[in-house]
Ligand binder design. Structure first.
Ligand SMILES: *[C@@H]1O[C@H](CO)[C@@H](O)[C@H](O)[C@H]1NC(C)=O
Ligand SMILES: *[C@@H]1O[C@H](CO)[C@@H](O)[C@H](O)[C@H]1NC(C)=O
Length: 451
């Protein structure tokens, strides 16, 4: 009995499937035929013009047209972060062009897939020697360096403590890691300690959970320097790994330009991972991470920006190598930069209509409108008009750009000024005079009602 029943069920099942297959394939063939008749323009005589639908429904208004290309050669450029002015160095340009002749433009592949060229290995070796670490790894884009580096170590379930003013790439790295994140007040080590001890009490920090501390040596968004010794002390006490972004301090701070660790005499091996950039002082493109072999090697398979991006074009790699040569052979240029960073602070403090922020030694300063009762959008618009006014008169500034709805703790609108080695007293007083003049011409009128 049971056998017959089973047999019956099975055959019913087969029948249903067979019917489905026949109906399905007939329908498919019929649709195909119908489709051919109606829609195939190439088979039916005259080709029909193809009109793609727009990707975006409305016209996109570009609020921030880029100023690049508008700046003429003789303008005073205090927007670019090439602090040591190595982007104009004849020797570096010449060598980069030679490298272009030898290798061509692109490297045609990621480092792990036929994209490694001798200059990449040379640059990594030179950077390791310069930073006095075991090993470095070079990425082909500054933004993705720190964003990839964070994701290479921090995972879901880990916990990250980060300064509330870290720049956007770090925020994206933290997002991508999917770790729990706690932001502490900008450069406020007491607040960090409060958070750490609270997290310990709540058992959020425990020996089984990996914990990270992320900070910038010089903050891109505020121009302020991080209190590194205290940070290291807290990290050791609570057993956190430190990731320090030294993008704006390498080639700037320290006797040899090795960054904040050198400047404050913090042993390099106290910092688990140092992230650097080739895009500021070193006047090229890309970034790098520095640390022990054990830590860096992990990124060669775990750093997404390293594994899946074409490697740095050889000529830009060569440019970075030669920039290192210049910094090593002429450490005086670091002193020149430092002098100018200090002079800028002195001059900016005399501005009538603006306040500013930025450490004396920091090459980055932010200038804010003194007038407080305006919306951020309006402030931004005024700063934009002020910088346009100055650009027409030969001084180029950068209005800091943020993704207002996406950034964590979006900073107040500001003009970002970068100190550079070639500024002189005349240039500095000119830029201050112009700023106040621009405010009087296109800035908010004193009688303006707050919105
Ligand atoms: C900066 O100062 C130097 C020396 O005084 C001068 O030659 C140069 O034109 C100045 N740059 C600008 C843009 O004013
Ligand atoms: C900035 O300049 C533009 C063009 O002249 C003007 O339309 C706009 O109102 C100005 N912004 C402010 C806040 O005054």
């Amino acid at each position: 009995m049971i056998l017959v029943d089973l047999y019956d069920t099975a055959s019913w099942f087969t029948l249903v499937i067979a019917v489905q297959v026949i109906v399905g394939s007939t329908y498919f063939l019929w649709m195909k035929k119908k489709g051919k008749r109606k829609y195939d323009p190439l088979c039916n005589g005259a080709p029909v013009e193809w009109k793609p639908l727009p990707l975006v429904e409305h016209d996109v208004v570009v609020e921030e047209p880029p100023v690049m290309g508008k700046i003429d050669e003789n303008a005073l450029n205090v927007g670019a972060t090439s602090f040591l002015c190595l982007d104009k160095d004849e020797g570096i340009i010449e060598n980069a062009l030679k490298s272009l002749d030898k290798y061509g433009v692109g490297s045609c592949g990621p480092r792990g897939f036929y994209g490694t060229i001798d200059v990449h290995l040379e640059l990594e070796e030179r950077l390791a020697k310069f930073m006095q670490v075991e090993e470095t790894i070079v990425y082909s884009y500054g933004f993705s360096t720190v964003a990839s580096a964070i994701g290479a170590y921090a995972r879901r379930g880990d916990i990250i403590f980060a300064d509330e003013n870290v720049w956007f790439a770090i925020q994206k790295g933290i997002d991508a890691s999917r770790s729990t994140v706690r932001y502490f007040k900008h450069n406020d080590m007491d607040h960090l300690e409060e958070q750490l001890s609270a997290a310990t009490k709540r058992k959020e920090l425990n020996p089984r959970r990996r914990a990270f501390l992320i900070a910038e040596a010089v903050y891109f968004n505020t121009g302020e320097i991080c209190p590194l010794p205290r940070l290291v002390q807290l990290a050791r006490k609570y057993k956190l790994r430190i990731i320090l972004d030294e993008s704006l301090s390498i080639g700037v701070l320290g006797k040899h330009g090795r960054g904040l660790t050198e400047h404050l005499n913090v042993p390099r091996d106290e910092i688990d991972l140092i992230v650097g950039s080739l895009e500021h002082s070193l006047a090229s493109i890309g970034g790098f991470c520095a640390g022990t072999h054990f830590i860096i090697e992990h990124q060669r398979l775990g750093g997404l920006g390293y594994c899946f991006s074409a490697s740095l074009p050889p000529m830009l790699t060569q440019a970075a190598i030669n920039a290192l040569d210049v910094i090593e052979n002429q450490p005086d240029i670091l002193t020149e930069l430092e002098e100018n960073a200090k002079k800028l602070n002195k001059a900016l403090s005399t501005l009538k209509y603006f306040t500013f922020r930025g450490d004396e030694l920091s090459p980055i300063k932010h200038i804010y409108l003194k007038k407080e009762d305006l919306t951020d959008r309006l402030k931004h618009s005024y700063l934009r008009n002020i910088s346009n006014y100055c650009l027409e008169r030969g001084v180029a500034f950068a209005v800091a750009a943020y993704l207002r709805d996406v950034e964590h703790n979006c900073p107040e609108p500001s003009i970002r000024i970068a100190a550079s080695r070639k500024l002189n007293d005349v240039n500095i007083s000119l830029l201050c005079k112009l700023l106040d003049e621009a405010y009087e011409k296109v800035g908010p009128r004193p009688d303006l009602q707050p919105l």
